[in-house]
Design a protein around this ligand. Structure first.
Ligand code: ADP
Ligand code: MG
Length: 524
């Protein structure tokens, strides 16, 4: 087996890491960057740009540049999340087959896994720069709350990118692995993950090799971008005062101020005040060039963003409640995500949980590092820490009156196979529809529908006299196969359920060949 890598496929940024000389290491691109924007931009000549160069094109080519595709991963078109994404995206989001989501760029349509595959392909390319050999085996991370459709879509993206996906693991689990958890005692930790546009908290119970998700909570529209926006608002007012001109009416000038705001925020993770002096922001009629001067202190920034920080703790309250544990009873808190590098966030987290968080490792890198460790363990049989993951949500089927019956409870270690026997609800019924759901609510309507299929050919008899065995099988990647069987007739539902978010083999092959021929231009 070649060198296996770990990939943190983030909403805003992605990283790739590998265990080299026994240590997990982030792998740089040719510019030395370790963190790459999860942005894909389509050029007129049919080529694509991925990463930080693509991020720059968000301003100049908004309709051809796709960011935050992960928000759409494995979602139905009618999902609330997709509606919100449509409102904030400059690119076109369309409905595809089976209520799936497609992204339109010019006259071409892309499935969401195809877009993510371009980011993964870039991670593969970057890894090969250091490893100097073809890289295929990879562990990819997903948020703990991702359901099976979303995990399957991520796996499809890996396959389209030409990767052999060894395992899909949870981001908080990866972060905990990077800190060496899972080797000894039983411990409970919180993972506070503030990203670019999303916030998640997970409470993990870690035994030897087993990572259980006791509770998760999140806000899918809260992250570093919101912190930038607060600074931008101040800059806009200052610019107006300096030049009697509204920079929001000038696309590029506004984009420059926005980039400056993000830069200012990042500076505040290293020092308590920043001086800003940009000689050229906007050229006005007559050729005059307008610059911008300002300064920012950590104290000002803290005051401006206090409510955002407080919102993260409302979510923490919820996670702690859902895990039925007191915040003070946790053994540790792990920081993940770029904004978690800000001292003001570290202080607030420390105060909330009553202990200093783990922040020794760079919160932007920990997820990829943990994924690399897992990839290394999976591809080197001698290596210890074989991580067992658990199903994040209960898997069930719909029964009479819109109710549900669980087949596999949440937090069951995978792989696993479970069978339950059901019967018909009507006399001499000829077929049943098996609706596969995921979630903790009792009513089917409140759970996520993963897929459905029809089963017929079982014994025809009075209701209650028919037995239908329903078997759920979850593999080590958290992907489910469902089958139905009548022990009396021996008839088995020939169709093993294909999760509706997943692509068919034919679609995968087509996407793969499309992706193989797409030229990625690392630089413009
Ligand atoms: P993802 O949502 O993909 O998990 P990240 O965890 O990489 O994203 O977070 C991206 C965010 O982190 C961006 O808003 C970026 O500005 C911010 N960020 C990166 N580095 C720093 C830093 N040193 N200090 C503060 N924020 C940072
Ligand atoms: Mg992340």
């Amino acid at each position: 087996m070649g060198q296996a890598v770990g990939i943190d496929l983030g909403t805003t940024t992605s990283c790739v890491a590998a265990v080299l000389d026994g240590e997990p290491r982030l792998l740089p691109n040719e510019k030395g960057n370790l963190v790459h924007a999860s942005v894909v931009s389509f050029l007129e000549n049919g080529n694509v740009v991925v990463g930080n160069a693509a991020k720059a094109r968000l301003v100049t080519h908004p309709a051809e540049t796709v960011k935050s595709a992960k928000r759409l991963m494995g979602r139905f078109y009618f999902a609330e999340e997709v509606k919100r994404a449509k409102e904030v995206s400059a690119y076109t989001i369309e409905e595809g087959l089976d209520q799936s989501v497609f992204i339109r760029v010019g006259d071409k349509r892309y499935s969401v896994p195809e877009i993510s595959a371009l980011v993964l392909r870039e991670m593969k390319r970057i890894a090969e720069l250091t490893i100097k050999a073809p890289v295929e085996d990879a562990v990819i991370t997903v948020p703990a709350y991702f359901n099976d459709k979303q995990r399957q879509a991520t796996r499809d993206a890996g396959q389209i990118a030409g990767l052999n996906v060894l395992r899909i693991i949870n981001e908080p689990t990866a972060a905990a692995l990077a800190y060496g958890f899972g080797k000894g005692l039983n411990q409970r930790v919180a993972v506070y993950d503030l990203g670019g546009g999303t916030f998640d908290v997970s409470i993990l119970e870690i035994g030897k090799d087993v990572f259980e998700v006791l509770g998760t909570a999140g806000d899918t529209f809260l992250g570093g971008d919101d912190f930038d926006n607060r600074i931008v608002e101040v800059f806009v007012e200052q610019f107006k005062a300096q030049h009697q001109l509204d920079p929001r009416e000038h696309l590029r000038a506004f984009a420059t101020l926005r980039a400056l705001a993000e830069w200012t925020k990042v500076q505040l993770s290293q020092k308590s005040s920043v001086e800003i002096n940009l000689p050229s922001v906007l050229q006005v009629e007559g050729g005059k060039v307008l610059g911008f001067r300002s300064s920012f202190t950590e104290a000002e920034f803290q005051k401006l963003t206090l409510d955002l920080l407080q919102r993260t703790f409302v979510v923490c309250d919820e996670a702690v409640r859902s895990a039925a544990i007191a915040a003070s009873a946790l053994d540790g808190v792990i920081l993940v995500g770029g904004p978690s590098r800000l001292p003001l966030i570290q202080r607030a987290v420390s105060q909330y949980f009553g202990k200093p968080p783990f922040a020794k490792l760079n919160p932007e890198h920990v997820v990829a590092m943990g994924a690399a460790l897992q990839a290394h363990a999976l591809s080197n049989p001698g290596v210890e820490t074989m991580l067992l993951d658990v199903t994040p949500l209960t898997l069930k089927i719909e029964i009479a009156a819109g109710l549900t019956a669980p087949i596999i409870d949440k937090n069951t270690p995978v792989p696993i196979e479970r069978t339950r026997v059901f019967t018909t609800t009507q006399d001499f019924q000829e077929k049943v529809k098996i609706r596969v759901l995921q979630g903790e609510e009792r009513m089917a309507a409140d759970c996520t529908l993963l897929g459905e299929f029809e089963f017929s050919g079982f014994k025809k008899a009075r209701r209650g006299d028919v037995s239908i065995e329903v078997t759920f099988e979850i593999d080590a990647n958290g992907i489910v196969n469902v089958s139905a069987r009548d022990p009396a007739t021996g008839k088995t539902a020939t169709q093993v359920i294909h999760l509706s978010g997943g692509l068919t083999d034919a679609q995968l092959a087509e996407s793969r060949s499309r992706s193989d021929t797409t030229q990625i231009s690392p630089f413009e």
